[in-house]
Structures are given as structure tokens and as C-alpha cells.
Design a protein around this ligand. Structure first.
Ligand code: IYR
Length: 217
């Protein structure tokens, strides 16, 4: 593998502090929404946010992910029907009481209209191993890698001025079938992207403080 000089311009402390603070404030306004508008979003934005995600670091740079972008209303409908079937079972009997109690403040239930309303669903698949032609090769730190890429994706969607939801219907096997994924791929997250509905509301949540989430030695 050839190497090249790193392009790097150091910033003065005051500018670093200013930029990190501005970014913190911008990202702190990100919210998950569950009520999407059907308003169209340009495909180019989706292309950009997916390529931001795909710029993430990954184990041995294997980029063990596929972002399946769904805009076809018929496929979105199939996904909604299959997801709601699993979610109904989850809310009706699969979920332990403690889990349901933890979800109570979020106001979620098995109805998932956002799977049809949002103009785009980005389904993130992790590749548990690589496959080229018929040859299999190893991937490393797949969950970490795909988690980081998904974080980049959420930040990029927010930066673009749009909303996303990290949705995890459980189990997610139906997504492999509907989206015809190969044997080496497993659904990781289902992320509707779009504008919020005009009457969208979000729960009042608090975030932990620096002292609660960090330790300094
Ligand atoms: N998958 C369900 C339940 C759910 C689970 C967690 I953890 C959440 O933070 C939110 C919802 C659903 O999407 O409703």
C-alpha cells in the first residue's frame, strides 16, 4: 500500500474551542422523530449523507456495510406491514414489562406509519464477512464499524436540515427478504429520513452531564 503526506492544518486553541462548542450546540438540537411529513427530499442529499457515513473508519478499512435506500412506495409499504407484524408481537407479548415501562415515556407503540410517510428509508446492513465472486474473506469489528458509520449518517442528516429515526424493529430478518440481501448481510438499523410532520412532537428528555458520562484521570 503506498503512503502519502497527511494534509493537516493545526488550529489555534481558541478556534478549536469555538468550533467544538458550536458543533456540540448544533448536534445537541438533533432529535429522533416518529412523525414524518411526506414532503420530498432531493436524492442528492441522500447520496451525500450515505457517502458521509461510508467515509467512517472501519476494521482494516473493510467498509463492512451496505446502505439500502428505499423510496419505492410499494416496498416501503411491504416493510411497514412486516415491521408492524413483528412490533405488534413485541408490544403485545414479547417485550418484558421492564422494557415496556422504559419505553412508556417515548410514547411508542406497534403502529409505524413513518415507514410509509418518510420519503426515504435508509436500511443499514452489516456485512458479517466479505464476499467477492464466490470467495469469502474476513471482516473485523463489524458492529463497531457499522455503529460508527451509522453515527456519521445521523449527524449528516441533521447537518443537512432533515430528521431521522434510529428504528430497530425486532427481529429484522424480514428486511433481508424484502430487500433481497445476500447471505453475508444482516440488517443493523432502519433509518427513515425526511421532514418532520407539521404537528410532530418529541418527548421532553434530559441528557446526562459531563460529570455523569465522563471520568478524567
Ligand atoms: N422496536 C420497538 C421498541 C423500541 C425499543 C427501544 I430500546 C427504543 O428506544 C424505542 C422503541 C419500536 O421501534 O417501537
Amino acid at each position: 500500500m503506498p503512503f502519502k503526506p497527511l494534509q493537516f492544518t493545526p488550529l489555534p486553541d481558541n478556534e478549536m474551542i469555538q468550533r467544538s462548542s458550536t458543533f456540540r450546540e448544533q448536534l445537541a438540537t438533533r432529535r429522533s422523530v416518529r412523525h414524518f411529513s411526506t414532503k420530498e427530499v432531493p436524492m442528492e442529499v441522500i447520496n451525500n449523507v450515505v457517502m458521509t457515513a461510508s467515509s467512517a473508519p472501519s476494521g482494516a478499512n473493510k467498509e463492512p456495510w451496505t446502505f439500502v435506500i428505499v423510496k419505492d412506495p410499494k416496498i416501503k409499504r411491504d416493510i411497514r406491514i412486516a415491521a408492524e407484524k413483528e412490533e405488534k408481537a413485541f408490544y403485545d407479548h414479547r417485550a418484558p414489562d421492564e422494557w415496556l415501562a422504559d419505553l412508556e415515556p417515548l410514547g411508542t407503540d406497534w403502529h409505524k406509519p413513518f415507514l410509509e410517510d418518510a420519503p426515504f428509508l435508509i436500511v443499514v446492513f452489516k456485512k458479517i464477512y466479505g464476499m467477492e465472486e464466490d470467495l469469502q474473506f474476513k471482516h473485523y469489528y463489524v458492529n463497531e464499524s457499522v455503529g460508527i458509520a451509522s453515527g456519521f449518517l445521523l449527524a449528516a442528516v441533521h447537518q443537512a436540515g432533515l430528521m431521522a429515526l434510529t428504528h430497530t424493529p425486532s427481529p429484522m430478518g424480514f428486511l433481508s427478504k424484502i430487500l433481497k440481501r445476500p447471505e453475508n448481510e444482516r440488517a443493523f438499523l432502519l433509518i427513515p429520513v425526511g421532514y418532520p410532520a407539521e404537528d410532530a412532537e418529541v418527548p421532553v428528555l434530559t441528557k446526562k452531564t459531563f460529570e455523569e458520562v465522563a471520568e478524567v484521570f
